[in-house]
Design a protein around this ligand. Structure first.
Ligand SMILES: NC(=O)C1=CN([C@@H]2O[C@H](COP(=O)(O)OP(=O)(O)OC[C@H]3O[C@@H](n4cnc5c(N)ncnc54)[C@H](OP(=O)(O)O)[C@@H]3O)[C@@H](O)[C@H]2O)C=CC1
Ligand SMILES: CC(C)(CO)C(=O)C(=O)O
Length: 313
């Protein structure tokens, strides 16, 4: 399959690499010049489950794609939430009438942006429990396992979604079809709405936070706010199942030692975070629906305060 990875940071590098190894025709598109230059010069380097590997994958700056001749079957979106609209504009001419667009960003409501550029029948929404980090420009650090849930947004796109699942599974990416992707997205947003902001503010990995005495109380309070908002959007959450999924993040043998992507953004790279698309989205929707969201509101404020203290850009 001809695949564009739009947003080739940590996660885009993981997916690009695994899909390239599974013999797909993959190109990466990104906006970070130093990262692009190093991948062009040296290939995409990765510490992949402890093994140092290099794969030669084409990469382009998103401002230079107008002349690239590549009619993609599939675009996988892996920008940060605040970069999504800009990326969609950059790749607009590479998205043909049969190109499927799979969105795997964390957070809520990305379909509203994608719909401006892509017909509903070509949009596939998903979420993933895979993780990834960057050791620096041009080099990814990839360990552990993950999974993907996805569903076509339009009523007539199921066959294409199933084809995408097959391609992802040949690359060992563990994808499965979801009959209610909005619930899955809210379920994943609960993981991010707890792990990402809390580990960032507390300067901890997920296992470290999960092993504290107060972890259960804080997590339950935040999840109850997500569940109340989700309910209003017909995305009913099975709260015990969500809490159990969050607890899997504390496992030191699997992903417990991972610092969530928000921690990587703010604490490691001094970059602005996606908090407004996660807990901040719950606060906005809560106001709309008349639902109190004090924990999400406080956590959003704390993360914004930390962004300002650290002078994040
Ligand atoms: N990392 C993870 O483990 C997981 C992440 N996700 C989600 O996947 C999406 C993509 O996340 P992720 O891959 O972590 O994003 P990254 O931060 O690794 O990359 C996203 C973009 O940020 C820019 N960038 C990143 N680091 C730097 C830097 N040091 N200096 C300058 N620019 C930089 C690049 O674009 P540009 O230069 O154009 O700004 C890059 O394409 C997000 O929605 C995230 O929440 C989901 C599951 C797990
Ligand atoms: C690993 C996980 C699940 C933590 O919330 C994630 O999605 C992230 O790092 O953004």
């Amino acid at each position: 399959m001809k695949i564009i990875i739009a947003g080739a940071g940590a996660m885009g590098s993981r997916f690009g690499l695994m899909l390239h190894q599974a013999k797909n025709d993959v190109i990466l598109i990104d906006g970070w010049q130093e990262h692009i230059d190093l991948i062009k010069q040296n290939g995409l380097k990765a510490n992949f489950n402890g093994e140092e590997i290099v794969e030669n994958i084409s990469i382009y700056h998103q401002n230079d794609v107008s002349s690239v001749d590549f009619s993609a079957d599939l675009v996988i979106l892996f920008t940060k939430a605040m970069q999504l609209d800009g990326m969609m504009q950059s790749i607009n001419n590479m998205v043909g009438e049969n190109t499927k667009v799979l969105c795997l960003l964390n957070g809520i409501g990305h379909e509203d942006v994608i719909k401006k550029y892509v017909p509903l029948s070509n949009i596939i929404l998903g979420n993933t429990m895979w993780t990834a980090g960057l050791e620096g420009p041009g080099k990814a650090k990839l360990f552990g396992n993950g999974s993907i849930d996805l569903q076509n947004l339009g009523t007539d796109g199921k066959e294409a979604a199933e084809e995408v699942i097959e391609v992802l599974n040949v690359a060992n990416l563990n994808a499965k079809y979801s009959d209610n992707i909005l619930s899955s997205i809210y379920k994943k947003a609960c993981v991010n709405g707890t792990m990402n902001g809390l580990c960032t503010i507390l300067d901890s990995n997920m296992a470290g936070f999960g092993e504290t005495d107060v972890a259960d109380d804080i997590v339950e309070a935040i999840v109850s706010e997500f569940a109340a908002v989700a309910e209003r959007e017909n995305a009913t959450l099975n709260v015990p199942e969500v809490l159990a999924q969050i607890k899997t993040c504390y496992n030191r043998e699997t992903i417990g030692l991972h610092h969530p992507s928000m921690y990587q953004d703010l604490i490691i790279n001094n970059r602005l975070t996606e908090i407004d698309y996660i807990n901040g989205a719950i606060v906005r929707k809560g106001k709309e629906y008349g639902i109190e969201t004090p924990y999400c509101s406080f956590l959003t404020q704390l993360v914004h305060a930390k962004e300002q203290i650290l002078g994040a850009k």
